[in-house]
Design a protein around this ligand. Structure first.
Ligand SMILES: [Zn+2]
Length: 63
């Protein structure tokens, strides 16, 4: 499962629903998904290892 910070709820560690994994211009990785509770898009920076792990767990590769 992928978690991030929801700016709307001001809540840490919210679970992203149907997360997608993106690569940033600098070569880093980030996950983008929706906070189930409020529908806001939540982003989370990730290491390469965590990005690969998330994709194994069912996150969509978007790069
Ligand atoms: Zn939220």
């Amino acid at each position: 499962m992928v978690t991030g910070y929801c700016v709307k709820c001001k809540e840490k560690g919210v679970e992203l629903s149907a997360p997608g994994i993106y690569q940033t211009a600098k070569g880093g990785f980030m996950a983008k998904g929706k906070h189930e509770k409020c529908g806001t898009t939540v982003c989370a920076m990730m290491s390469k290892d965590n990005a690969e792990k998330a994709m194994k767990d069912g996150a969509t590769k978007e790069y």
